[in-house]
Design a protein. Structure first.
Lengths: 349, 349
DNA sequence: CTCCTGGACGGTAACGTTTCCAACGCTTTA
DNA sequence: TAAAGCGTTGGAAACGTTACCGTCCAGGAG
């Protein structure tokens, strides 16, 4: 016989029935006590509470959620790579808000492809979560329309469904960054774009709008669409664009990872165009040239989403779908305040 | 009457009973088809599957988990600040492994105090999760002993309970870092310690062991216990120790956040002692002086934990509690390879 | 004194699934 | 030909909770 893990006596967890028996009351009474205890005499409630303590009873949330109408006290959160501080911040802050209301947060397994996302969402729905917070990938989300579960989209809207959405002012942020560079006298500004997310398109729109407002034409060869959204792709693209005959004097990186790639390339090249990134990141102020960024309150993004969803789930909020847009601000640290250099004075050493 | 959100017709989700009726079979048959479909004639199974598709039936996981013995297909993960890349990496990687087995991961609300952690864990247990992954705070975890749920501790052991644990070789890592500095000729090495977590104690042990092996006494005034584990505390402590009459020639920062604080202080002071950090972090290679760190495979930490827990939960693994220790490696980037300077040649400019 | 009201409480159905058992039809074996 | 075996199927119990309904008793009104 193989040596087995000495599993504890496997104590069956006590149920309400056990508590009722112990306290010498009926099942309904225990239930009433557990849920606030209205309509129970004080003395009886005492006895019940004593029995609960003695037995170490804990309500079985699964059984509770089975009752019709009763939703579970869990919210679902579907997002991309948790390793990205952006997503991690959303997770943390929404978790905090949910936790304060006694809700747990279920993380769906997050694949990259839209099909995987759909599968993950449906698994979450089958777990009877009270609501869904989704940072949607591309792909249609119409299948959520009749799911009977409130949904809040975070950071970007989804197609095929009209639901609450909490996001940042991407276009405003894009304009803010570009305005800032234009104000320094830059006229050749490159923008690096991660693959076509909604947010990126909006940031580009702000970029164009700023140019238009300043009466400067956008050089379309400086609008650079990357094949991937990671630092490596940005590094490669930056190297290429800076080695052109007519390099830009400033670069606007449309995501935090892209900013990282841009800086890495510039460090190797020894060139110093102005740089502004979208979204702040840790250590941005400690790099050789501290990085100027357009930033928003990402934590508030998560908090708002969770709050809204909780209100929807409880039925307290029956307004038509809301659209919450958080503002962006500029954090000047140095890299975005460099003046343009003419081609002649490139390569300082 | 207030304007109300046009809630969809609130379509009741179809149940197995609906499917059975539609397919003209019994309830049990539908259940059998849904779970692999053994012991059902092919033709019957076809009919059932057709009905499932037509109705868009999805199994109710809550009802499923209610049956005795059946655990839910969710794992719980309890950890600290998701904003810390260390925790975020654990979350991501364990989520991946769990997802591959069709398990969701429930994140407990994570307070800082031990009492909050206990409450969070019990809430998770009441949700009938199949297993718990816990990065334990201080405080006794004996209350988990008889909970009847498998538990895997991550990164550090808990007191009061003998359970599986997956961690990194903290003592080895501490020794590795210190050996490296000693090998450069440093004899006055400061170590910054975050509040007394188990891991930190082990790293200190490695620090001392390295000194002993080298025949060098540890200057106890350079063993600096910080009141908090954040970058600010480390920054302050670094400033103080570097302004002493006899500053260290090297600093070992025992966590990623502390490393950040150390670098921030050094940048302001304009001093350049050697620095080695524990745990790698993003952009460590892009700082003015790239940072040498002792690192381990944090993602593997999460993966191992999830794998182990899934095996325990399925009953496939009945070995006595396991102790998995992952190795640490040194990543040389520059900051840890600076030679010691005598006090006289301090302050280069 | 009787009737009625209302608060406190007990019992039971129901939620949607899994699992067990019985029943049925068919084939194989004695 | 009857019995036994097997694969397939239907039906019902059970999981732990909540919600509803009825009962009981005390106290006030008529």
């Amino acid at each position: 016989m193989p040596e087995t893990f000495p599993t504890k006596p496997e104590v069956a967890r006590p149920t309400m029935i056990d508590v009722a028996r112990r306290a010498g009351v009926g099942l309904g009474t225990v239930s009433r006590v557990v849920n606030g205890g209205h309509g129970v005499r004080d003395e009886t409630a005492q006895r019940v509470r004593a029995a609960i303590d003695e037995l170490g009873f804990q309500r079985n949330e699964v059984a509770r959620a089975l009752r019709p109408g009763k939703k579970s006290t869990s919210l679902a959160l579907v997002l991309g790579d948790l390793t990205n501080p952006f997503y991690a911040t959303i997770a943390k802050s929404s978790l905090e808000v949910a936790g304060q209301s006694g809700f747990a947060v279920v993380l769906g397994s997050v694949d990259e492809d839209p099909e995987g996302e759909k599968r993950a969402i449906q698994e979450l729905v089958s777990r009877q979560v009270a609501g869904l917070m989704i940072v949607p990938d591309q792909g249609d989300h119409a299948f959520l329309q009749g799911a009977g579960v409130p949904v809040v989209f975070v950071d970007r809207p989804a197609t095929g469904i009209d639901a609450d959405i909490v996001m940042v002012d991407n276009e405003g942020g894009g304009k803010l960054a570009t305005d800032h560079l234009l104000a320094q006298g830059h006229e050749r500004i490159a923008i690096l774009l991660a693959p076509s997310y909604y947010t990126i398109g909006r940031r580009l729109r702000g970029f164009r709008r700023a140019h238009r407002a300043a009466g400067i034409d956008v050089d379309e060869s400086l609008v650079i669409q990357l094949p991937e959204g990671n630092a490596e792709a940005a590094e490669k693209a930056t190297r290429e664009v800076m080695l052109r005959a007519d390099p830009p004097t400033a670069i606007f990186a449309s995501t935090n990872f892209l900013t990282e790639g841009v800086l890495r390339a510039l460090g190797e090249l020894g060139q110093e165009p102005a740089v502004v990134g979208f979204d702040d990141f840790r250590l941005a102020d400690m790099l050789p040239t501290p990085v100027t960024v357009v930033a928003s309150d990402i934590a508030e993004l998560g908090r708002s989403a969770a709050r809204l969803l909780l209100d929807r789930a409880s039925g307290a909020d029956t307004r038509p779908p809301q659209r919450i847009v958080l503002p962006c601000g500029l954090i000047e640290r140095g890299s975005g305040e460099r003046p343009p250099r003419s081609a002649g004075e490139r390569n300082p050493r």
